[in-house]
Design a protein around this ligand. Structure first.
Ligand code: DCP
Ligand code: MG
Length: 475
């Protein structure tokens, strides 16, 4: 009797699963190309519309369970998925971020191809989606990008502006949940588990509202990936860019991942991809068929990770301070440097960079690290642990300076770097110190300068050592 009941329940579960998977496959994907009105559907809608798949309109947020278009505002930006309202791990990534900020600030650029980049390195930082149609992409040499898109408008990066916009986006995310894990200036994971009661709506709806707020209040667009783990959420946010909203539940991940290249797995870079391919593993499906023990024997702990990720399994939690381990910047000199004063000026520039990035990410570090590379390629690293974490350029510099003084013994150096590690949230940073009564005043001065820079640009106000003429390699 019990067995019969069990088998009935199992059959029921399996039918529900099949139904859900079918329903899941029909969420609509619409691409917007910057401000242009070009819209296309990348996945055909199934001919028969299944009923009662949870869904809503991303423009007016009204409920849509049956139609492909919103019955209220007629927007095609309808998101539907069988598990739409019970998934709560999200990844948000702004679209063509630097370019979007520039377009926001100069409406004349709205319909033009825009490339952000330049400097002696001469590479593209990012390109707007109009420039991408011409084949321009991040990290492409500028000369190549301009060959592909000669009429593009090229703009030098204004990091302060992007950092401010990134901070504003993160602030809006934190209004939804404290569990925000920034990955870079324009992307972060969010765990919205248990937020339904507080926000009186599902995580999916909260996320759709968040995107609307980011567009209205920050003036840039972003894409969302929603799933039940970080790996799937991250790959999802990229599926439907720009202004995307993709949903993938872990129970549909196996089939979804199988035909894709191993390079699709977050963390599988060029080197590992090459290694896997040399071993005859090209698709994620091939990884799925491999035994865990075999993968571990061949690739060690990475093998175990590949085994689980290929199945869409990822147990990592969203941890607000767990993403970056350190924030650092370094520069290689065109000519070796021995002179302390000269090295200090380089150090100051890098310190400012590290501080800017830390402030942009809302992070601070407890340890300051100085790195030097001698003319004969020997690396020296020196650390100093602080009594409280910092993100201030002033404090990082004051900590790294004595470390540098000890090393500036006439040795010619070809590289200098500085960073902070043991990162934590900036709420805990720079609280003032009894040992250094002046620290609070200097911190206030630095924050005041940050505000001015936000308003007038990075070069509008420079402190002390920052007056050295900019070297192209410092870009
Ligand atoms: N960036 C950079 N150099 C790279 C990649 C990125 O300077 N090689 C900068 C510029 C980007 C920003 O970081 O605007 C965010 O990086 P993303 O990878 O998220 O790229 P985008 O936001 O520009 O585009 P997408 O819409 O693909 O996310
Ligand atoms: Mg982005």
């Amino acid at each position: 009797m019990l067995d019969k009941a069990k088998s009935l329940i199992l059959r029921l579960c399996s039918s529900i699963r099949t139904l859900l998977t079918k329903h899941n496959a029909c969420h609509l994907r619409v691409h917007d190309l910057d401000s242009t009105t070009v819209k296309r559907q990348t996945e055909p809608m199934p001919s028969a519309e299944p009923d009662h798949i949870p869904g809503f309109c991303r423009d007016c947020l009204c409920e849509v369970t049956e139609a492909a278009r919103c019955p209220s505002c007629h927007s095609p930006r309808v998101i539907r998925h069988g598990r739409l309202h019970d998934l709560s791990i999200a990844h948000l990534d702004c679209d063509a971020f630097y370019a979007a900020v520039e377009k926001r600030d100069n409406p004349d650029l709205k319909d033009q191809p825009v490339i952000i980049g330049g400097g002696r390195r001469g590479v593209v930082s990012t390109a707007c989606y109009i420039a991408r149609i011409h084949g321009v992409g991040s990290a492409m040499p500028m000369f190549k990008a301009l060959k592909k898109c000669p009429h593009a408008v090229v703009i030098r990066p204004n990091m302060d502006k992007y950092a401010t916009a990134g901070r504003e986006v993160r602030q809006l995310m934190r209004e939804l949940t404290p569990l925000v894990e920034p990955l870079s200036i324009d992307e972060a994971f969010m765990d919205l588990t248990g937020t339904e009661r507080l926000h009186r709506q599902s995580p999916a709806r909260s996320l759709a509202r968040l995107i609307k707020r980011i567009e209205a209040e920050v003036g840039v667009t972003a894409s969302i990936g929603l799933s039940d783990n970080k790996f799937l959420a991250k790959l999802c946010s990229d599926l439907d860019k720009p202004r995307g909203f993709s949903v993938l539940a872990s129970d549909e991940a196996y089939d979804f991942l199988a035909p894709r290249s191993v390079g699709f797995i977050w963390g599988v870079g060029k080197a590992l991809k090459g290694k896997l391919e040399r071993d005859g593993i090209r698709t994620i499906g091939q990884l799925q068929k491999a035994e865990k023990a075999d993968l571990m024997a061949r690739y060690g702990s990475i093998g175990a990770r590949l085994y689980h990720l290929s199945r869409g399994e990822d147990a990592r939690t969203v941890s607000p301070h767990g993403a970056a381990k350190s924030i650092s910047a370094e520069t290689t000199f065109s000519k070796d440097i021995r002179d302390l004063a000269h090295l200090e000026r380089k150090l100051w520039r890098l310190t400012e960079k590290v501080s800017r990035r830390s402030k942009a990410a809302g992070l601070a570090g407890e340890t300051v690290v100085l790195k030097l590379k001698t003319a004969d390629f020997k690396i020296r690293t020196r650390n100093h642990k602080l009594d409280q974490p910092t993100q201030l350029a002033d404090r990082i510099f004051r900590t790294a300076k004595p470390l540098l003084e000890r090393e500036a013994d006439g040795t010619p150096y070809r590289l200098i770097g500085v960073g902070i590690s043991q990162l934590c949230s900036d709420h805990l940073a720079d609280q003032g110190s009894l040992l250094d009564m002046d620290a609070g005043r200097r911190a206030d001065a630095e924050h005041a300068m940050d505000k001015l820079r936000e308003k007038f640009g990075v070069t509008a106000i420079e402190k002390g050592l920052g007056f050295e003429p900019r070297q192209p390699q410092d870009d």
